[in-house]
Ligand binder design. Structure first.
Ligand code: VOV
Length: 248
């Protein structure tokens, strides 16, 4: 049997994709819309206060295309907190004007492919900061789920730790060339959701997503072993931008 990679886990993650019921929004009277917007703005404030307290982090982005209208990406200490916050939001006046479009449950994950043997990673403040990250407020987000293939002779899970480490090193080298341009948050979802990982990328220049993902397709880890789900791409929604998006 091949040796499983050791993983470190940080904050739990919920990607909550919603579609706006524009028909209902347009039909609602102004007072109802105002109440809904106040509810929304108060949630956004609550989430940024929690982020300032280092108890989690939330990113809010519009989604381009028909898969959804916006996404809340929440990171919290526990699955209970994620559940409470989605339920609280669902009870809000604003949520009545939204439909669930998609969701993804996972946990921020680092593996030991690159770890220094013998050192305790949790003693390393950089590692801890990566496990409990403040989500970037970059101009764009890109999210997609992925698996490592288990098909015939292309079975990631039957490779030796050494072979996987070599390939992950090459993966990391490509990624490093995008330092300062693309920030990646890898969340593990084996046992939590339909795919094995969620990949969430942040960048100020959306073209860097395309360049990075394309370049990785030629790297063995992705070329031979990567299977991918639907891609979601969007633009940063500040509180003000959310308001103007809702203006009729
Ligand atoms: C933005 C750049 C970037 C950088 C620097 C980077 C580096 C690294 C390192 C060093 C490591 C290993 C140690 C760890 O940190 O866990 C990883 C790990 C991982 N990655 Fe990565 N990755 C990037 C980016 C990056 C992208 C764009 C993708 C999607 C792949 C694609 O083809 O679309 C990806 C996927 C993953 C996954 C699924 C894992 C976990 C694999 C596992 O089997 O456990 N990743 N990744």
């Amino acid at each position: 049997m091949s040796e499983a990679a050791q993983t470190l886990e940080g904050w739990f993650s919920l990607h909550d994709f919603r579609t706006i019921d524009w028909e209902a929004w347009k039909q609602a009277d102004e007072a109802t819309r105002r109440q809904a917007e106040e509810d929304l703005q108060s949630f956004l404030k609550q989430w940024s206060a929690l982020e300032a307290d280092k108890k989690g982090s939330t990113a809010v982005y519009s989604i381009v295309g028909q898969k959804a209208d916006f996404v809340f990406m929440h990171l919290r200490e526990t699955l209970e907190e994620l559940n409470e916050l989605e339920i609280a939001f669902n009870k809000s006046a604003f949520a009545q004007f939204t439909y669930p479009a998609h969701s993804y449950v996972s946990v921020v994950e680092l593996s030991n492919y690159m770890g220094q043997p013998g050192s305790d990673p949790m003693e390393n403040p950089e590692v801890v900061a990566r496990l409990k990250p403040v989500l970037p407020k970059a101009a764009h987000i890109c999210f997609y789920p992925m698996n490592k293939r288990r098909a015939g002779s292309d079975n990631w899970y039957m490779l030796s730790m050494d072979d996987r480490r070599t390939m992950m090193r090459s993966h990391g080298m490509i990624g490093r060339q995008y330092a300062g341009k693309v920030k990646q948050i890898i969340t593990g979802s084996v046992g939590f959701d339909n795919w094995e990982w969620g990949v969430t990328l942040f960048a100020d220049d959306a073209l860097q997503f395309k360049k990075l993902v394309y370049e990785m397709r030629f790297d063995e880890v992705s070329a031979r072993y990567g299977d991918f789900g639907d891609f979601y791409i969007g633009n940063l929604l500040t509180a003000e931008k959310f308001s103007s998006m809702l203006k009729l």
